[in-house]
Structure formats: C-alpha cells, structure tokens
Design a protein around this ligand. Structure first.
Ligand code: NDP
Length: 426
C-alpha cells in the first residue's frame, strides 16, 4: 500500500471491552516489518501491559508505571524546605504516580521562590509561616507534608488540620506522647487523615524482611538487632536543641530500630531497658543524648537489641535471627543501597544467598501510599497511633535509662494494633 501518512499515524488502537490491542494497522514503519503484538503491548484496565519477552528462567521486567494524569493526583504542600525536603522528598515526587507537589511553605522566601520554579510550583502557591492558614482556600492542596524540626510538628499538624487538609508528618511524630495525642485528636476532629512518614515500612527490602519473618518459613524469630549510627557535625543545628528535637539519637535515628522491631513482630514490647551515654565536656550534648542502647522484650519471646549514636561512623543495619535461618539487611535504614542476605540449612550445607529486589524510591512509595489513602478514603499503614506508640515507648526507654532498671509495660494482645491495612505493592 502506498503511503502519504507519517509512519506512526498508521497505528490504531482497537478497543475490545477494557482491552485494546495496539497494532500496526497497516504497513511497516520506516519500511521495516510491522511490529509483533509482543513488542507493541496492549492497553488493559487503563494501563499499558507487555507480555514477558524474556526466557522463563529470568526475572520478568517490571510493568510500566501507570501514573495518574497530573490533574487527578493528590496535591501536596511541603512545609519546611530543609535537607530532607530538597534532597529526597521533592525529587521523589518525580517518581510518584498518585501525588504531586502544588505548594510550598517556608520561612526563607528566596529559597522558596527558587525551589518553586525548579518544581513547577506557581509563585502564588508559596506561603510563609505567618500566612499559610490561607492554604484552606486553595483547593489544589489536598494534603500537607510536614518536614520541619520535630518540635514544630505539633503546631504544623494542628494548623494543617485546621485548614481541612490531610497530613503526612515526618518522624518522630512530635516531642512527646502528649503532643502526639493532641495531633491525633485534631485530625480526627477535622476528619482528615494523619500518616507518620515511617518510610522503611514502605521500602521493599524492609517489607520483604517483615514478610519472610511473619511467613514462618525460617521458624520463629528469636533476636532482632538494629544499628543506626552517624557522626554529627557542628553544634549550631536544631538536632542539639531539646525544644526543637525532643531528644538526641533516640528519637532521631534510634527510632528506626524501635519502629522496625515492632513492625517485624507485629507485637508491642512488654519490657524495655535502655542505657544512655554522652561524652563529657562535649557542648553539643548538653541538652540531648549522643548514644543510646536499648532492649525490647516482646510477648512471643523475641528480644530486640538496638543501638544508636551520633558519635559512631554511619552504619544502618538490621539482623534477624530465627530458628531455622537468619536475615541480614545491610543499609536497612538508609535511603538506598539495601542488600539482603539469607542463611539457612540446605541438606548438609549452609545455604547463604543474596536476594535482589527491584530498586524503588521509598519516599515515592510512601507519598503515593498517603495519596492512595486520601483518594480511596483508607487508613494509612502508619497512622498517628503508630507514631504515638513509639513516643510512649521512647518515654519508657528514657525512664529506664534514668532509673537504671527495666520498665514493664502492659501487654497488647492485638497484632499490628496501631497500623492500618498493608500498603499496596509499588
Ligand atoms: P533541616 O535542618 O535540613 O531542615 C529543616 C527546615 O525546617 C529548615 O531548612 C527550615 O526550612 C525549616 N525550619 C523552620 N523553622 C526552623 C527552625 N527553628 N530551625 C530549623 N529549621 C527550621 O532538617 P531535616 O530536613 O533533616 O529534618 C526535617 C524533619 O524531617 C525532621 O522531623 C526529621 O526528623 C525528619 N527527617 C526524616 C528523615 C527520613 O528519612 N524520614 C531523614 C531526615 C530528617 P525553611 O527555610 O523552608 O523555613
């Protein structure tokens, strides 16, 4: 057939119910043989799908993402343009499928203007801390992501809820359990969702660890070991001020071990014990602790041993020791670079294997989970109650450290008592 049309205009979409075959309707493109359905794929249930082109023994490629059109995504206002917002959160929106940044709240106008331009946010959608209650009048903003120092979370969440917006709040949720309770009550009264940004509960390797432990394939768990350490720089930063940070290494980075041990077991500890240490004469540790080591005893008998410090070279690892095997997750609490090794008996041998999962941006998964919960009116996996429970436990840990003795806690019978349903697959 002769052609006067550009080659790709010959392709047509043939719709059959919800399935449409993308076919080369007539003639080859650029004179080449027409593509096969295997290469062209098809539209199915609103997303493009390709059949597996690899051999059955190889891993199939991941399906193409199915992002919502920008206008249908949940619009977020980001509050506080510090390192986490600029280095992780805003870049992650580019990988989100259900969320988009539509507004910024900042005390630094020059920085905010620049960041808004970089991310396609309108200048009129940049607010300062004095005026941001006006977000109530902006229907593009459905949710607020609070990325301020910990001591400012409470006020920010109360203001966002007062403006009728759903809230995603960074960890630790607040400075105390009393503040956490106020935040939950304010969001309930305003009928908005509150999710705490426990990114590791959305990160694929951490989720795989939880899944494997809970599946029982390696027998019951005995020990969980979590380390989260880093070396801090100069004194002039909010993390050394109690009013802004709430504490030192424990609420900032020790929290990862605490939260992960709870998420793995699905249980709540019945006894906790902690020791705290700060070097003499270091002005940075006048108000907050440098190092903490703590144990959690769970009703099933699992014991978690967690260490965290602002004075030890960075190391962010998780280990689970079970009856019939072990799981080591290097960089468990890092932004990237997770490596999972599993050990178990294989006949007369010890089989030590490495598990490789698809790399996914854990911040994008977390933000999309919040967006999905807003769109579908679901409870987030990590709602305010999850953050409150960690504050109650951190308060018990501080009490233990002060008294030098273990602290006993009430037994919680329900599993995953403070969590919403499992997140969707990424
Ligand atoms: P930064 O110090 O880098 O940034 C904080 C930002 O908050 C500032 O840049 C500023 O933004 C704003 N701000 C407003 N008032 C103050 C104030 N009085 N003192 C200092 N900053 C102020 O902090 P991070 O981004 O590292 O941490 C923010 C939050 O995110 C914390 O709750 C932290 O625990 C959490 N976090 C979570 C991580 C995770 O992996 N989930 C990792 C790192 C942090 P502006 O100039 O725009 O007003």
């Amino acid at each position: 057939m002769s052609s006067t049309l550009p080659p790709f205009s010959r392709r047509s979409l043939i719709k059959t119910g919800s399935v449409g075959l993308l076919t080369a309707a007539a003639g080859p493109a650029f004179g080449a043989p027409g593509p096969s359905p295997l290469d062209v794929g098809r539209v199915e249930g609103g997303r493009v799908t390709f059949d597996n082109w690899r051999g059955a023994a190889d891993r199939p490629s991941s399906p193409p993402p199915a992002p919502l059109p920008p206008g249908q995504r949940v619009g977020f206002a980001i509050v506080g343009l510090g390192r986490l917002s600029l280095e992780q959160v805003l870049p992650a929106f580019a990988e989100c499928r259900q969320a988009r940044p539509v507004a910024l709240v900042s005390g630094s106008p020059e920085k905010a203007r620049l960041v808004a331009a970089q991310h396609g946010i309108k200048p009129s959608s940049v607010y300062d801390y004095g005026s941001w209650d006006r977000i109530a009048e902006d229907p593009e903003i459905q949710a607020v992501y609070v990325v301020l120092p910990n001591g400012l979370h409470r006020d920010a969440v109360l203001r966002a809820a007062g403006a009728g917006k759903h809230v995603l709040c960074e960890k630790p949720m607040a400075n105390s359990s009393a503040e956490a309770r106020e935040m939950i009550a304010a969001c309930e009264a305003a009928r908005v969702k509150l999710m705490i940004a426990y990114r590791c509960q959305y990160e694929p390797y951490n989720r795989e660890t939880i899944r494997r432990v809970r599946s029982g394939e390696l027998g019951s768990a005995r020990f969980i070991e979590a380390t989260n350490t880093q070396v801090m720089g100069p004194a002039d930063q909010w993390r050394f001020k109690r009013a802004l940070a709430g504490g030192g290494a424990l609420p900032d980075i020790g929290l990862y071990g605490l939260n992960t041990a709870r998420a793995i077991t699905g249980e709540e500890p019945v006894e906790v014990f902690a020791r705290i240490f700060s070097p003499d004469g270091d002005a940075r540790y006048r108000e907050v602790e440098e190092s903490v080591s703590f144990m959690l005893r769970f009703p099933s008998g699992v014991i978690a041993t967690c260490s965290s410090s602002y004075g030890a070279h960075e190391s962010k690892d998780l280990r689970v020791r079970l009856e019939r095997g072990w799981i080591d997750l290097e960089n468990a609490f890092a932004y990237e670079g997770q490596q999972m090794r599993l050990g178990r008996r294989d006949g007369k041998a010890e089989n030590i294997g490495m598990l490789r999962l698809e790399q996914q941006n854990q911040f994008a998964l977390e933000i999309d989970h919040m967006a999905a919960c807003v769109r579908e009116n679901r409870i987030p996996r990590t709602p305010g109650q999850e953050g409150l429970q960690d504050h109650l436990l951190m308060e018990a840990l501080y009490e233990s450290a002060r008294g030098g003795t273990p602290v006993t806690l009430d037994r919680v019978a329900e599993r995953d008592a403070t969590r919403g349903p499992e997140p969707e697959q990424g």
